[in-house]
Design a protein around this ligand. Structure first.
Ligand SMILES: Cc1ncc(COP(=O)(O)O)c(C=O)c1O
Length: 448
């Protein structure tokens, strides 16, 4: 049962099979090129695509649009203090804005930055400062079939191996991403958060948390980490941040808004520098590129994210989709993460070689079969990275119903049943930056 009902609806329509066939061909077999109105169920991302509450909409009306010193900023600062425990906050237009502001202050050319796994914008902003991002994912993350609870953890041994290699002086910052989006949305345990903080302290580095999905992570700790069964999600959420010096946050995830983000920190000097950088790239530091109403909605959303039963229902719904798929023998990454289910396209299309993009074949097949849009996170998105060919189905928050989930599962089952009929794809047009090709490249079925 859900603890909310719909107050506003948006019509969606499943185009006919012929229309879907034509649309995907027209889009060059790349679902980023589809018109959203041609998509029936949109699982491209959970970022900024969710449904706001009546309280958030009401807060938008109260938005204070003052250029400087707005009441809405004070409400956000209060929410960040109460929910996350940080004294200083710099609003930004979204998560990558916060990365630009904070890493521009903290990093220098030649630095090396370990993270359990960098999200692509985090990686790009670290590289943009002339520093080198290094992933230190838990070895457990490599097995998609084990049911371990905290596969998103930071590998502390890998962190120390990096220190041996480059020296502690090269590592001014250690980052931890909760949950770990690049590793199938897997959570990080409180024990690992503490251990990563100790590692950072030991090498005299700052400890930064990428907090996008902090409430989902807190939920997993409550469910699976001994000693937290009776602790509230709100208390766990705050404890996660106790040892962190700063955070970057995309409000489009666990602040339950369609746009917005912020950086928050404890150190006043870092705050002062971050404000100057925010003026340069985002806007005056009490609006950060957002309208007052966006900031109000984010302040309310942050509090809602840790108020029961929101996040329990949210993560359970993602798990429910994972179960529906597993029951139909669709291979999924286990256990199901916090915001998405990841399908193993390499296994479904074992007859299609990696260079012909089995993940992208699955993305197109899900669209053709049921108007479902997911995203490829394998050879097409990460050329030559030697990653499994996964397809991510990310659920927008508070948006789809069980019937929609059933449609997704039935669509994937139908694709599985006719998997042998699918051929691979080849790229016929791609942008100059290969790393960004999955957003705009065009493909065609491989010719014999
Ligand atoms: C872990 C993580 N960090 C940072 C970001 C960047 O946030 P935004 O898209 O709001 O710029 C994202 C977005 O998906 C993310 O998942």
């Amino acid at each position: 049962m859900r603890s909310y009902k719909a107050k506003m609806v948006e019509p969606i329509e499943l185009p006919s099979r012929e229309e879907r066939e034509a649309a995907i061909e027209e889009a060059g077999y790349n679902v980023f090129n589809l018109d959203a109105r041609d998509v029936y169920i949109d699982l491209l991302t959970d970022s900024g695509t969710g449904t706001m509450s009546a309280d958030q909409w009401a807060a938008m009306i109260r938005g204070d649009e003052a250029y400087a010193g707005s009441r809405s900023f004070n409400n956000l600062a209060d929410a960040v203090r109460d929910v996350m425990g940080f004294e200083y906050v710099v609003p930004t237009h979204q998560g990558r804005g916060a990365e630009n502001v904070l890493y521009g202050v903290l990093l220098e050319e030649g630095d090396v930055i370990p993270n359990n796994s960098h999200f692509d914008t985090t990686r790009a902003h670290i590289v943009n400062q002339g520093a080198e991002p290094v992933d230190c994912p838990s070895p457990a993350s490599r097995d998609p079939n084990s049911n371990e609870s905290f596969k998103g953890n930071f590998d502390i041994d890998a962190g120390y191996a990096l220190v041996e290699e480059v020296g502690a002086d090269s590592i001014p910052v250690v980052v931890l991403t909760i949950t770990n989006n690049s590793v199938a949305g897997q959570p990080v345990s409180m024990a690992n958060i503490r251990a990563t903080a100790e590692f950072a302290r030991d090498i005299d580095a700052m400890f930064v948390i990428d907090a996008c999905r902090f409430a989902e992570n807190a939920h997993f700790i409550k469910q699976h980490e001994a000693g937290y069964e009776d602790t509230s999600v709100a208390e766990i959420a705050r404890e996660q941040f106790e040892h962190a010096d700063a955070i970057t946050m995309s409000g489009k995830k666990d602040a339950l808004v369609n746009i917005g983000g912020f950086a928050a920190m404890r150190d006043e000097t870092v705050f002062e520098h971050a404000k100057q950088r925010a003026i340069l790239f985002e806007g005056f530091p009490t609006y950060g590129g957002l309208s007052g109403r966006d900031i109000e909605a984010m302040a309310v959303g942050l509090r809602e994210a840790v108020t029961p039963p929101y996040v329990h229902e949210r993560v359970e719904q993602v798990g429910e989709l994972g179960d529906m798929l597993s029951e139909r023998d669709v291979p999924v990454y286990l256990p199901t993460g916090g915001h998405a289910v990841y399908l193993d396209a390499g296994e479904i299309f074992s007859h299609i070689p990696k260079e012909h993009f089995p993940g992208q074949v699955l993305v197109c097949a899900l669209y053709r079969e049921g108007g479902v849009r997911g995203v490829e996170l394998g050879e097409f998105a990460f050329p030559g990275a030697d990653r499994p060919d996964l397809v991510r189905l990310a659920l927008p928050r508070r948006t789809y119903s069980r019937e929609h989930l059933e449609h997704i599962a039935e669509t994937a089952e139908a694709v599985m049943e006719s998997a042998h009929e699918y051929d691979g794809l080849e790229i016929v047009e791609e942008p100059p930056m290969k790393e960004l090709r999955h957003f705009s490249a065009k493909l065609e079925p491989v010719s014999e």
